[in-house]
Design a binder for this molecule. Structure first.
Ligand code: FES
Ligand code: FES
Length: 193
């Protein structure tokens, strides 16, 4: 009589129990930004466009997304006072600069451009208007009394509703108000974009 060897059960690999692992981190460093006069921090990837940090990380949704390729100007902010298209600026590049968004242009909404915009009933759908005002504000800093040509050159933002004549009139009105001269009388300026 043959004796059959008893087969040993297959052993499960033993799992060593150690201390619980920490949750994985993506190793992001913290960037310090100065926005509208306040210091803020973000752990966004340094290559993230400033536009998305403003909107998604910091809740500053006045700055709009339009094209994402620096063509429409809906995302215009100021970097050290100059107009910049935030969709194309990596947040890291803005970290050493003073960033101003539409929320910080005038805390009370009383910037001469904002007043002129209201007086001349400039917006239609409104989507492009924050970027327009930011571009116009940068223009008035460098050219307090801009000509039509200067407006066309510096405020090259796109408005799908075609509010360009009222925008132009409002910029002239704001320039007049800043200089203490009477504002332009009519919003119906016959001028190209
Ligand atoms: S979204 Fe930045 S220029 Fe259009
Ligand atoms: S007001 Fe509608 S896109 Fe400019």
């Amino acid at each position: 009589m043959t004796v059959r060897k008893r087969q040993r059960p297959i052993e499960r690999p033993r799992i060593k129990k150690g201390p619980p692992r920490l949750a994985a981190t993506h190793g992001a460093s913290v960037l310090k930004l100065k926005i509208n006069g306040k210091s803020v921090e973000t752990d966004a990837d340094p290559s993230t466009p400033l536009l998305w940090v403003l909107r998604d990380h910091l809740g500053l949704t006045g700055t709009k997304f339009g094209c994402g390729v620096a063509q429409c100007g809906a995302c215009t902010v100021h970097l050290n006072g100059a107009a910049a298209r935030a969709c194309m600026v990596p947040v890291q590049a803005a970290a050493a600069l003073e960033i101003t968004t539409i929320e910080g242009l005038s805390p009370t909404g009383e910037h001469p451009l904002q007043q002129a915009w209201v007086e001349l009933n400039v917006p239609q759908c409104g989507y492009c208007q924050a970027g327009m005002i930011m571009a116009a504000a940068a223009l008035l800093k460098s050219h307090p009394k801009p000509t039509d040509d200067q407006i066309s050159a510096e405020v090259s933002n796109i408005c799908r509703c075609g509010t360009y004549p009222r925008i132009r009139a409002a910029i002239h009105r704001a320039a007049g108000a800043s200089a203490g001269t009477p504002p332009a009388a009519s919003p119906n300026v016959k001028a190209g974009a």
